[in-house]
Structures are given as structure tokens and as C-alpha cells.
Design a protein around this ligand. Structure first.
Ligand SMILES: Nc1ncnc2c1ncn2[C@@H]1O[C@H](COP(=O)(O)OP(=O)(O)OP(=O)(O)O)[C@@H](O)[C@H]1O
Length: 724
């Protein structure tokens, strides 16, 4: 029912009710009423009022084809309670903790209608956000008791996802995009393909005007480091992002908290316009001003998870008069109601009396409304009407299907368009933060410089071999560490991703693929920088083809490392825990790579760590590249004594030792030019596996793909936007 209708009804009844109330108050003051009489008096007045309301409702019913009803919604969570003395009471001995149920929602019922704003009011902690979550499908089916239906049909989660939007309390936006770009990307995700670029732009312009964001259109959103739009503007952009597709059901959790009164009024006016265009708007709100109150239609007042009033805001004063607490003349009814509820919360049994009174009131309302309680049109018809009005544009529609949930597509765009749009957004955002890439490049050059000077121009000798092994193991490990910078980036984006995928803006797989594609160009640049600055400085083998292979190995290490970080950020959502664990895991990768300890010496129960080490395969690949040339020798004659205690002896003594060794071993005469260690022997010595270098590269690439798949699965199952 609209506020105007309700107001006029309330007005019509006011003289009658006022007289009765005065009489009631007088009698009450004189102590003439017993409790029983009090209730029966209230019932008479309520009945009278309700019948009049119902008559007026009948006239306007047809104008409201969509009705969202929620019936007996209950939700509780388990809370741990520590017991000081476990031996007290009859509980099990030694038990220190007890699981208690905390009821967050207790049998909440009500309805919201198309064309109206329903406000959920109550003190802090009364359960407003929990009720919004319950209605918006953000509480697991198994935990939420009761029913939510749209025009009499149970609202399935798949349908709810495409016809609704949920505006969170936090403003989660890409900091380097302008207001216009932010809204445009949202339009690209949510508006169907038949919307041309021009149509989308027109829609965005209208939205910008509606939200009063014209002057901020080309300003970036901003963050702590980059100045951007104001807090109020950011709030409006957040709302704009979620309403760009004109959802049928719009849920907002405290959309105006923290805003100045003008901005708050402007936002509620926009919401009213959305409601009037054929949507159901449900929002939680703390203390609405007079001006805002004039825009709200229905309300649910909560106290400790229970309904203390549910119905038209216009009937609030009547309700409280009948409860025996009339709203003072010219007083703000909502403020009065909230203050009274707070007072009653402090009196033992105070809230119970109000809850019980409300139950009686609701029963009478239902009784008087019994004919009109049911929606006039079926859900299918109502949806068709909404689509005809331009609603439900977030996904394509096929009206020839009789099943309500399959008559709307799950996603507005095909897979490949989603990938293009996500990639474009990522590229723009990162292009505007070049410092991040510059820091990565700087770290790569610095690492290359340190390693290049440390292992400068290694020779083909046992010392050179030792240096090569050290350089290659350090290079592969450092590259993996450089990839760890991606963890905070994923962490920052995670909440935007959850918000967008919760209402099917795009597929999880599109996000994973777009991220993989976008990361490739930067990996190519970083790999080229590292390879070019170390290959010739260290004196690695193979000329240009050797360089190319070294570059490929570095690139695939970046790929595997970056995929690992993506997976890890999906798995561990706490940034500090994530960083600490990654540092430890990369350390293990190095320890078990085969560099510190030969694979032959690793105990069998740790062998698996050797095979899953991300350092092992690229390390072996470049080793094989270095030592596969059979014509090369890595220890000739007296070089045999390098890395042994005999290294300090003179050349002549070393030669003598060599001669006596050959006579003892009865070998051909060992001279200073005799090759004592070939590349193949070195590979054998260090226990390199039988995989050839290209297989090692393929395994590294496969690891990267595997981690991307695991990243996808971690997002799919680990980023559920629901309470249990
Ligand atoms: N997982 C949980 N375990 C225990 N208590 C919880 C849990 N989640 C919410 N609560 C409690 O449920 C109550 C309702 O929380 P809710 O966030 O819905 O209140 P609210 O009315 O939206 O408050 P505010 O206006 O401050 O945002 C609060 O007392 C809160 O502490």
C-alpha cells in the first residue's frame, strides 16, 4: 500500500480513534481497566482500523503485481560458552565448553510490495542485517527456517540471483577507475547483449543524473594513496553499480549510514524512483529523518531478533496508541517507536508484551485482509509484466518457457565477452597504477644484478659447476618469491569478486581465465628482463638457443609461481597468514628441489615433497640445458682436486698425485687435459630425474594450469556469500 493511501486512511480514522484513545487513556489513568479489558479494548479499535485499511487496499491491489512474502523466518547460530567450573551441574565431567544456540531471527513475518520501499528498523544488534541477508538469500537453506515467496511461489535461489541485487555496507570498488567507467563496466556485465554501446551509455548517463553524480563522472574512485570522489559519492556509485540493470528486488544494508542528510535524502529518493518503476526495495535504516520517512512505505521494527511492529509506516502511530503509548502530537513516530522499544528492552518482559501485542495486531490484520492477502497475479504473469516494463534486464529472457526459473538466463553475457570485459577492467586499473609494475620490475633487476655479480662469468670447472647450481636454484626460488606480491592484489579484489559473482555478474571461470591472460604480458617483460641481465653475466651455456630456453624456463616459473599465489589467495583469505605460509612453503620447495639434498638421500616419506616442489622442474630444465652438451668437460686433470682439501697444494704436487692415482687405478695415464667430469656425469651425480628439459618445462606449465584450476575451485566453493 502506498504511503499516501495509508496516510489518508489513517486520517479518516483519526477522529474516531482519537476519541476512543482519549477515553481509553482516561479510564486507564483512573485505573478502570483490568488487563483483560485493556486487550479487548485494543482489539475493538484495531479491528475497526484494520477493516478500513483492508477496504482501501482492495482498490489499489491491482497496481501491485509483485509481492514478496516472508513467513516465520527463524535463524540461530551456535555460540561457544566457556564454563568456569566444568564439574558443576550435570554436564559431562571435564567439559570446558558448551554449545548454545543464539537466536538472531525469531519467527519474522511480513511482506514487501512492488512500488514500495520497505524499511527494516531497530536498534543496533536487533537483527536488521540478518533479516536483509535472510531475504536476499545470503543465509544457507539448511540454517534458515521459514518460507520466502514471490507471488505465492517459493523463491528459488537461482531466480533470486538474477532478479535481485544486494548493496553492501562497504564500498568495494576498483580505486583507479572513474565513476563513469565503474558504472559502465557494471553495465557491461549486467546488461544483456542486445544493449548496444550507445544504449548502455545512455543508461549510465541517466543513472549518473539520477544519483547526482554528474560532476564526479570523470573522477577516479580513489583510495588511501590516490585522491578520489567523496564518501557520499562513493556510496552512490556503489548503489549505482548494483542497480544498473534495474533489478526487481533490491536489498540495501544501511545504504545511508554515515552520509549527510542531503546525500541520504537523495539516495532514498533514487530508491523510491526505482521502487515506483516496478521494483521491491527493502533496506535497513537506523534513524530516518522526517523527509526520508515520507518516502518509506512499509516497515518491520525489530528488537532482539523479534518483530515488534510490521506494516505500513502510516499505521505506526495508531499501533502504538493502541498499545497504550500514543505518539506525542507533532512527534517523529519512528523516533518515538525506536525510543520506546529501547526503553522496553530495559524492562523485564517489556519487549515480550510488545511482541505479543504485535502478534495479536497481525492476526487481526490478516483476518481483515484475508481476501486480499493473496497476490492477484501468478509469478509467471508478474514477471512477464516486469520484463515488459524493462525490468529483469540483467539476463536475457525467454518467455516461451513455462518454468519460472528457466525463463531467465543465469548470465547476461556469454563466456568470452565476460573475459574481455574483466580483462579490460584489470588492464585499465593496473595501467593507472604503474608504480606496482615498476616495483616488480625494479625487484627483478635488482635480483638479477645481485645474482649476476655474485656468480659472475662462471667457468667450466668444478667451482663453476657449484656456482651454476647455486645460481639456478636461487634464481628459480627468487622468481617464485617475486610472485608473492600478487597475494595482496587478489586479496583486495576478493570482495569485489564476491559481490559481483553473488548476483551472477559473470562466471567464476571467466574471472580466473581473464586474470591468467592479463598476467601473461607482464610475465613476458619480467622474464625477458631477468634472462637478459643474468644469462651472459653468469656465463650460461648454449648461445642464443640456450638464452631462449633459459627465457622460456624463467617465464614458465613465473607462470607456475603466479598460479600458485592465485590459488593460495583463494584458499587463505587472511593476508598475514597467507604471506607467512607462502614464505614457508617456498622455503620447502627450495629445500626439496634437489639442490641442497640429493633426491637419493631424501627419506621415502618426504619424497613426495621433492616431486611437488615448484623449484625442482625449472631447476632441472636449465641444468639439463647447461650440461647436455657431451663435448663439454667440467673437470680436467688437476681440476679434480678443486672443492677438496688438496686444492691448496701446488700444481706440481697435484700432478704427482694424479699420476699415482692413475697407476693405482691402473687407468690410462691421467694428464692435465684428461676430462674427468662430463655434463652427463654431473646430472647423474646431483640425481636429476629422467625427464628431458622440455618435459620439465611441460610439467612446470602443467603445475601452473593445475593451480589455476584449484584457484577456480577455491573461488567456487570458498567464496560463498552466505552465512551458515
Ligand atoms: N555469527 C554470529 N554469532 C553470534 N552472534 C551473531 C553472529 N552474527 C550476528 N550475531 C549477533 O546477532 C545480532 C544481530 O546482528 P545484526 O548484524 O543483524 O544486527 P543489526 O541490527 O544489523 O546491527 P547494526 O545496526 O549495528 O548493523 C547482533 O547481536 C550480533 O552480535
Amino acid at each position: 500500500m502506498s504511503s499516501t493511501t495509508s496516510t489518508s486512511i489513517a486520517h479518516e480514522n483519526s477522529s474516531f480513534d482519537h476519541a476512543q484513545n482519549l477515553e481509553h487513556q482516561r479510564q486507564k489513568q483512573n485505573g478502570n481497566f483490568t488487563n483483560h479489558e485493556n486487550v479487548s479494548f485494543n482489539k475493538t479499535v484495531v479491528k475497526h482500523h484494520v477493516i478500513n485499511l483492508a477496504n482501501a487496499c482492495r482498490a489499489t491491489e491491482a497496481a501491485y503485481p509483485l509481492i514478496l512474502s516472508f513467513n516465520k523466518l527463524s535463524y540461530s547460530v551456535k555460540v561457544h560458552q566457556k564454563l568456569a567450573f566444568s564439574f558443576l551441574g550435570r554436564g559431562r565431567r571435564g567439559s570446558q565448553e558448551r554449545n548454545n544456540n543464539k537466536v538472531l531471527l525469531d519467527n519474522i513475518s511480513g511482506e514487501a510490495r512492488e512500488g514500495e520501499i520497505m524499511a527494516i528498523l531497530g536498534a543496533s544488534g536487533s537483527g536488521k542485517s540478518t533479516l536483509i541477508d535472510a531475504l536476499a538469500g545470503r543465509i544457507g537453506k539448511e540454517s534458515l527456517k521459514g518460507t520466502i515467496s514471490l507471488n505465492g511461489e517459493v523463491l528459488e535461489s537461482r531466480l533470486l540471483k538474477v532478479i535481485s541485487a544486494y548493496v553492501m555496507q562497504d564500498d568495494l570498488l576498483f580505486p583507479m577507475l572513474t565513476v563513469q567507467e565503474t558504472l559502465m563496466f557494471s553495465a557491461e556485465f549486467k546488461l544483456p547483449r542486445y544493449f548496444t554501446k550507445k544504449m548502455k551509455q545512455a543508461r549510465i548517463q541517466a543513472l549518473i543524473d539520477q544519483l547526482g553524480l554528474r560532476t564526479a563522472g570523470n573522477t577516479i574512485i580513489g583510495d588511501e594513496k590516490h585522491r578520489g570522489i567523496s564518501g557520499g559519492e562513493r556510496r552512490r556509485v556503489s548503489i549505482g553499480v548494483d542497480i544498473v540493470h534495474d533489478p526487481i528486488l533490491l536489498f540495501l544494508d544501511e545504504p545511508i549510514s554515515g552520509l549527510d542528510s542531503t546525500s541520504a535524502f537523495m539516495i532514498v529518493k533514487v530508491l523510491k524512483r526505482i521502487a515506483k518503476s516496478g521494483s521491491i526495495v527493502i533496506m535497513s535504516i537506523h534513524q530516518p529523518s522526517y523527509r526520508i520517512l515520507s518516502l518509506l512505505d512499509r516497515s518491520v521494527f525489530l528488537s532482539r531478533g523479534q518483530t515488534v511492529y510490521s506494516g505500513a509506516l502510516a499505521g505506526l502511530s495508531h499501533f502504538f496508541s493502541n498499545f497504550g503509548h500514543p505518539v506525542p502530537e507533532n512527534g517523529n513516530e519512528t523516533e518515538f517507536a525506536l525510543d520506546l522499544i529501547r526503553e522496553l528492552e530495559e524492562i523485564p518482559g517489556g519487549i515480550t508484551s510488545l511482541v505479543n501485542f504485535n502478534k495479536a495486531w497481525q492476526t487481526l490484520m490478516k483476518h481483515a485482509n484475508k481476501v486480499d492477502d493473496q497476490p492477484k497475479v501468478s509469478l509467471k504473469y508478474a514477471m512477464k509484466t516486469s520484463i515488459a516494463k524493462g525490468k529483469l534486464v540483467s539476463a536475457g529472457t525467454s518467455t516461451n518457457n513455462s518454468n519460472q526459473t528457466s525463463s531467465v538466463q543465469t548470465f547476461a553475457n556469454p563466456f568470452w565477452i565476460e573475459i574481455i570485459v574483466i580483462s579490460k577492467r584489470l588492464l585499465i586499473n593496473s595501467r593507472r597504477m604503474p608504480e606496482l609494475f615498476k616495483i616488480r620490475l625494479g625487484v627483478v633487476f635488482f635480483t638479477a644484478f645481485v645474482l649476476g655479480t655474485l656468480y659472475w662469468r662462471l667457468s667450466n670447472s668444478p667451482q663453476g659447476t657449484e656456482g651454476r647450481l647455486g645460481f639456478l636454484a636461487s634464481a628459480m626460488t627468487t622468481i617464485l618469491y617475486i610472485c608473492a606480491h600478487e597475494i595482496p592484489a587478489y586479496h583486495q579484489e576478493r570482495y569485489i569478486f564476491i559481490r559481483e559473482t553473488a548476483y551472477n555478474a559473470y562466471r567464476h571461470s571467466s574471472y580466473v581465465l581473464a586474470h591468467s591472460l592479463v598476467s601473461i604480458p607482464s610475465m613476458i617483460i619480467l622474464s625477458s628482463a631477468f634472462s637478459a641481465s643474468t644469462f651472459w653475466a653468469v656465463g650460461l651455456a648454449g648461445g642464443f638457443s640456450g638464452f631462449f630456453f633459459f627465457f622460456i624456463t624463467i617465464f614458465t616459473t613465473f607462470w607456475a609461481g603466479s598460479s600458485f599465489m592465485a590459488f593460495f589467495s583463494g584458499l587463505v583469505t587472511n593476508l598475514i597468514v597467507g604471506f607467512t605460509s607462502v614464505a614457508a612453503i617456498l622455503g620447502y620447495f627450495l629445500i626439496f628441489s634437489g639442490f641442497y639434498i640429493s633426491p637419493r638421500q631424501i627419506p621415502f616419506y618426504w619424497k613426495w615433497l621433492h616431486y611437488v616442489s615448484l623449484v625442482k622442474y625449472p631447476y632441472e630444465a636449465v641444468l639439463q640445458n647447461e650440461y647436455s652438451d657431451t663435448r663439454k668437460c667440467f673437470a680436467k686433470g688437476i681440476q679434480l682436486f678443486d672443492n677438496t682439501p688438496f686444492v691448496e697444494l701446488t700444481v706440481a704436487t697435484k700432478m704427482k698425485l694424479l699420476e699415482s692415482m692413475s697407476s693405482v687405478l691402473s687407468k690410462d695415464k691421467l694428464s692435465s687435459s684428461t676430462c674427468l667430469s662430463t655434463g652427463v656425469q654431473i646430472l647423474k651425480q646431483i640425481g636429476a630425474s629422467d625427464f628431458n628439459k622440455w618435459n620439465c618445462i611441460l610439467i612446470t606449465i602443467a603445475f601452473g594450469i593445475l593451480f589455476r584450476v584449484l584457484f577456480f575451485l577455491s573461488l567456487l566453493f570458498g567464496s560463498k556469500n552466505k552465512r551458515r
